[in-house]
Design a binder for this molecule. Sequence first.
Ligand SMILES: [Zn+2]
Ligand SMILES: [Zn+2]
Length: 172
Amino acid sequence: MSINISELISTPFKEETFEVPIDMEAYESMGDKFPFRKKENLVLTVSNIGTRKIHLKGHWQGELGIPCDRCLEEVAVPLAVEIDEDIDLSSEDSDEDADNSYIEESNIDTDALINHEILIRFPMKTLCRKNCKGICLKCGKNLNLGECGCDRTSLDPRMAAIQDIFKNFKEV
Ligand SMILES: [Zn+2]
Ligand SMILES: [Zn+2]
C-alpha cells in the first residue's frame, strides 16, 4: 500500500491517522524468504511539524515463520513494531544516511516501511526450544523426535584427525 501525504505536507499542523493492510506475504532478506504467519494492519499517524518535516507515529504487530537455526523447523516469531520518528523530507537527497527510503516523492510505501522496521529487529538467533538437539548430519533426522542410531563420531573432521592419531599409535 501507498499513503499519499502531499496534502499533509502542504497543510501546516495537519495530522491524519491511516490504517492500512500490509500486502507482502513474506519478509525477504538476502535471498531468504520468511512467510508471515500473522499480520495486523499498520496504524500510522502522520503529522505536519514544519516545512517539509513530518512526524510518524505508529504500531504494527505480526508473526514471522523463521526456521530454527539447528533443526530448521519453522518457528513462529512474534514481532512488535513501534514507529516514532521525525522525518525531514527536504534533506532527502543531501543526506545519504537518511533512513527514509520508504518515502518517495509524496508517498509512504507502507510495505517498505515495515520491511525496514523488521530488518532492524530481525532476531540474531532463532531456536525452536532452548535445548534443540538439531538434525543428524548423516541422515537428516530431527533429533528432537528421537535418536536415529547413526554413528556421528566420524563427522567432525577434528575428531577424525584425533582418531587417526590413535590408530597410528596402535599400528606402531
Ligand atoms: Zn530446533
Ligand atoms: Zn542419523
